[in-house]
Design a protein around this ligand. Structure first.
Ligand SMILES: C[S@@+](CC[C@H](N)C(=O)[O-])C[C@H]1O[C@@H](n2cnc3c(N)ncnc32)[C@H](O)[C@@H]1O
Length: 186
C-alpha cells in the first residue's frame, strides 16, 4: 500500500466528517478534473488537497508550482503536501477563506471538497469566495460520486452560474463525475 493511501485511510478514520471519501481520488479522476488546464491558465487554487492527487495532476498539466495555491484543513495532509510539492503554497485553512488569501484573477479552481455533505451556508461561502477570485470565464471544477450535481440548483442560480457536465470516471473508487461551473455569460 502506498504512503499516500496509508495516510489517507488513517485520516479518514480520525476525521471522517472532513475527509468523506473511501480512498484518495484516482490519477484518472485527476486528469479529468484538470482537462483544459495548462501553462496559460495562470494562477490556480485547489480546495481540499488531501494527499495530492489533484495537486499532482494540476502540475502535470504545466501549471507552475508558484502559480498553485492549495487550501487544506487537515494538518497531516498539509505537512504531506508541503513535503511532496515544493514551490506550491499550501495554506492550512478552510476553503471558505479563499478570498482572504487569493488575489482576483485566478484562472481555475479545482475542488476535491465533499461539497454536498457540507451545510448550505458553508457551500455558499466556499463557492462564492472562489468566484470572487476567479477571472471572468474562469472555471470552478468539482466532482461528485452521486447522480446529482455537486452544487444544489438554488445555490447555483443564486450565484449566477452555468453548469457543464464533464467526464464520468468509472475506474475511480467510487465512480465519479466531473462538473464545471462558470459565471453565466462567459
Ligand atoms: C474527499 S477528500 C479529497 C482529497 C483529495 N483532493 C482527493 O481527491 O483525493 C476531501 C478533502 O477536503 C479536506 N477538507 C474538508 N473540508 C475542508 C475545508 N472546509 N477547507 C479545506 N479543506 C477541507 C479534507 O481534509 C480532505 O483532505
Amino acid at each position: 500500500m502506498s504512503r499516500d493511501i496509508r495516510l489517507f485511510l488513517r485520516e479518514m478514520i480520525r476525521r471522517p466528517g472532513e475527509v468523506v471519501a473511501l480512498a484518495p481520488s484516482s490519477a484518472d479522476l485527476g486528469r479529468a478534473m484538470t482537462e483544459g488546464l495548462g501553462p496559460d491558465t495562470g494562477r490556480v487554487a485547489e480546495l481540499g488537497g488531501g494527499t495530492g492527487t489533484f495537486t499532482r495532476a494540476i502540475l502535470a498539466r504545466g501549471v507552475a508550482p508558484a502559480d498553485l495555491t492549495v487550501f487544506e484543513l487537515n494538518p497531516e495532509f498539509v505537512t504531506h503536501l508541503r513535503q511532496s510539492f515544493p514551490g506550491v503554497t499550501v495554506h492550512r485553512a478552510g476553503a471558505e477563506t479563499i478570498a482572504s488569501f487569493c488575489r482576483p484573477g485566478l484562472g481555475a479552481v479545482v475542488s476535491g471538497l465533499p461539497l454536498l455533505s457540507m451545510p448550505r451556508a458553508l457551500q455558499a461561502a466556499i463557492v462564492g469566495g472562489a468566484f470572487a477570485c476567479l477571472r471572468p470565464g474562469g472555471a470552478f471544477v468539482q466532482f461528485t460520486y452521486g447522480p446529482r450535481p455537486p452544487l444544489a440548483e438554488p445555490l447555483r442560480l443564486e450565484l449566477g452560474l452555468t453548469v457543464q457536465k464533464g467526464r464520468k470516471v468509472w475506474g475511480n473508487l467510487p465512480p465519479a463525475r466531473v462538473y464545471i461551473y462558470r459565471r453565466a455569460g462567459h
